[in-house]
Design a protein around this ligand. Structure first.
Ligand code: PAF
Length: 287
């Protein structure tokens, strides 16, 4: 595995891979890697028997642009030594670890990518500027790496919808793929931020997935009223934990539009604070 913090070096290596006829795949991350990230590398390798067919670029960059002033940019967990080992073991070809200076040499970029509507609510309304920061850095990464495919984890489902919309609207020639959420044994969605949880919060956090599963069962049993299902989730979380609910929403899966009755493909998404740690999770349901 090659590792570089420089855009020029990355471009040279990707160009060589392209000359060799490889398909270039980008897995953008903010590091502190866990099985959720590494499963994306595995998913790529599984796509084809020919191990050499893909050139997998993983980026590790904690993007200051997507953190609000009172958010956790400074304390976001970082461990490049461990990440390098894990990425290498997983089969990454090139690890791109740019500095803030390399990505934003003149300070925060003056050009921003703003994806309207799909960023209006859910995480968008609670984290102003977040998706602008995400869309801006991801479009930079797309321009730097020029990948054929890029993977995004389902845990950040709204982010995936935002990136899909951006790629469509701006005709960016990359195929955006969704990687399933990887969970701990007790159902908690893997996230670098789980490291913040205190033992009691960690014990309570799996209720999020249990409440989502219960909602899916309710829907499978014929319930179609969005408010009834949301209320069921709310009750379970408030009865069983000290978590503070930020939102529980059921939306159309393709464009996050509001619905009153459940039909077709929907996403049930929530954000809940355990202490000062904000956790998000979601499941996709089709009826
Ligand atoms: O999901 C993340 O880790 C980040 O939002 C991403 C896509 C790497 C952009 O900084």
């Amino acid at each position: 595995m090659k590792i570089t913090e420089y855009i020029n070096t990355l471009r040279e290596n990707v160009a060589v891979a392209r000359e060799q006829g490889k398909t270039v795949v980008l897995i953008p991350t903010m590091g502190f890697l866990h099985s959720g990230h590494l499963s994306m590398v595995e998913a790529v390798r599984k796509q084809d028997e020919d191990y050499e067919k893909f050139y997998i670029v993983m980026s590790i960059f904690v993007n200051p642009l997507q953190f609000g002033p009172n958010e956790d940019y400074d304390r976001y967990p970082r461990n490049l030594v461990r990440d390098t080992r894990l990425a290498q073991e997983a089969g990454v070809d090139l690890l791109f670890t740019p500095s803030v200076q390399e990505m934003y040499p003149d300070g925060p970029s003056l050009t921003r990518v703003n994806v309207a509507k799909v960023t209006d609510d859910l995480c968008g309304s609670h984290r102003p500027g977040h998706f602008e920061g995400v869309a801006t850095v991801v479009s930079k990464l797309f321009n730097i790496v020029l990948p054929d495919f890029a993977y995004f984890g389902q845990k950040d489902y709204q982010q995936y919808v935002v990136i899909k919309q951006m790629v469509k609207d701006l005709n960016i020639p990359v195929q955006v793929l969704l990687a399933p959420t990887v969970r701990e044994e007790d159902g908690l969605a893997m996230s670098s931020r789980n490291a913040y949880l205190r033992p009691e919060e960690r014990r309570q956090a799996p209720v999020l997935y249990r409440s989502l599963q219960e909602a899916a069962q309710l829907i499978a049993g014929g319930e179609r009223d969005v408010n009834v299902v949301r209320e069921k989730i709310r009750q379970r979380i408030t009865n069983e934990t000290n978590g503070k609910i930020e939102y529980i929403e059921i939306r159309r899966a393709d464009n996050l539009a509001k619905i009153e009755r459940i039909s077709g493909a929907v996403v049930i998404a929530l954000a809940v604070y355990f202490g000062s740690t904000r956790l998000i999770d979601n499941i996709l349901v089709e009826v």
